[in-house]
Design a protein around this ligand. Structure first.
Ligand code: GDP
Ligand code: MN
Length: 421
């Protein structure tokens, strides 16, 4: 059996834990996040969203009328950061440039450090006023985020003078340049705390005052929108000492959406993994991973152990799928179909603990689902059932004559996965 690489195990677990967190949150596009911020009085870089080059030009003209600025930035709207690096944020100095840049960006497959390797298709661009006035050297980019510190149960403002950069890099290379301010949710943000933020950012005069207002409005927006994360990178200090949100990554808490009926409509299903959406609709907990062994389990704890088992067998988990308490034929079939949509899957490991649900029932469900799917299943299936009636379950599977290998011990299941890879 091959040596397990601990860091790989951790990486897989982190993705699942992230998923568990993700399943209760909703990501927004930059333009939507900015609209929410603005509705709470946060100063934002003004912009208009467009899905064609013609609309982009019209947006630019209308912005010029209200802002007086004839330069614009064209920004790809996808649920991923690092767009600037990938060529998804460009400055246009004329209407012609707005048209040609919008044409290039809309419909492009944008690859950034935060997208999947194949990138993400851009459906819309935000046409925004240029707030980095031409030739001005007095602008500065600040990093600011608001989030819940789970360790203390308090909200936290994290901020740095090193805006515009990847915050992970700042944290690694110059951690002393990141400040945090904890806010007691009961007391709310105190005026001295907003002043401390402005002071630590090295601001003075008008910019200092503007920053205290910005921080207060930002915190009010965070609480008022039931967000779980705000990340504004950069916050810009303009050459005339205004403080503006130039970017906005806003993640809302799903559980609070009933309080914000209008926010629910902001969900963009095009940005979410289609298989994950389908699974969600079927009431299954599914997350796509990069490996070659599909897995089906009941319970999140067993899922963790199953990931380890797959690693031990020399494979890599292709997904995480929790069928939950009722592993009947219909659910098992739906689960198989979802797993098999991933062409990377070379084998499926089913690892079920039969407690309330008896193993022989689950085994019958697997056999029925398999038969019902005809020749749709082209990969070997390894089934490990443990718990009530595990022996009968194994006999049932062995007698089925299907390409299903049964196992009762963990080690045995791992060896069988290894034997088919
Ligand atoms: P991200 O790359 O996905 O984080 O997208 P951002 O919205 O943060 O934009 C990336 C970069 O584009 C910023 O860090 C700025 O340097 C630049 N940028 C954004 N807005 C403007 C603007 O109005 N004018 C100019 N010249 N550059 C801008
Ligand atoms: Mn950014």
């Amino acid at each position: 059996m091959q040596q397990i690489k601990l860091h790989e195990l951790f990486a897989t677990r982190r993705r699942i834990l992230n998923f568990t967190a993700k399943s209760t949150t909703m990501n927004l596009h930059e333009y939507q996040g900015k609209e929410i911020l603005a509705s709470f009085g946060v100063n934002v870089q003004r912009g208009i969203v467009a899905d064609t080059a013609d609309k982009a030009v019209a947006a630019a003209k209308s912005l010029t009328e209200s802002t007086g600025t004839s330069w614009h930035v064209i920004k790809a709207q996808i649920h991923a950061g690092g767009r600037g690096k990938g060529g998804g944020v460009k400055l246009a100095k004329s209407t012609d440039e707005v048209r040609s840049i919008a044409n290039d960006i809309i419909g492009m497959q944008l690859i950034t450090p935060q997208t999947p390797p194949e990138g993400k298709l851009v459906h819309q661009v935000l046409i925004a006023e240029d707030v980095y006035y031409p030739g001005a050297s007095e602008t500065s980019e600040i990093y600011m985020s608001v989030l819940l510190n789970r360790a203390t149960g308090k909200n936290m403002i994290m901020y740095s003078t090193e805006g515009g950069m990847d915050i992970e890099t700042v944290a690694e290379e110059t951690p002393h340049l990141i400040f945090t301010e904890e806010i007691d949710p009961g007391l709310g943000l105190q005026p001295f705390q907003a002043r401390k933020v402005a002071f630590n950012l090295g601001l003075s005069g008008t910019a200092f005052k503007e920053m205290t207002k910005f921080v207060a409005a930002l915190y009010k927006a965070y609480v008022g929108s039931d967000a779980s994360l705000f990340e504004i990178n950069p916050v810009l200090k303009t050459s005339d000492y205004k403080i503006l949100a130039v970017d906005a990554k806003v993640t809302l808490d799903d559980n609070a959406l009933y309080r914000h009926k209008d926010y629910a409509a902001l969900r963009d299903l095009k940005e979410e993994n289609p298989v994950e959406i389908e699974a969600n609709e079927a009431g299954l907990n599914y997350v796509d991973l990069d490996g070659n062994v599909g897995c089906m389990v009941n319970g999140a704890g067993l899922a963790m152990a199953t990931m380890d088992l797959i690693k031990q067998s020399g494979g890599d988990p292709a997904n995480f799928l929790d069928v939950g308490g009722t592993a009947d034929a219909a659910r098992v079939e739906t689960a198989f179909r979802l797993i098999l949509k991933d062409p990377k899957v070379k084998a499926i490991l089913v690892n079920i603990f039969g407690g309330i649900v008896r193993c022989d029932r689950v085994a019958q469900g697997i056999v029925d689902a398999y038969k019902n799917m005809g020749d749709a299943i082209k990969v070997p299936i390894i089934v490990r059932l443990q718990g009530t009636n595990a022996e009968q379950a194994k006999e049932l599977i062995d007698a089925s004559g299907l390409n299903v290998l049964s196992a009762t011990a963990f080690e045995e299941a791992a060896q069988k996965v290894q034997s088919v890879l």
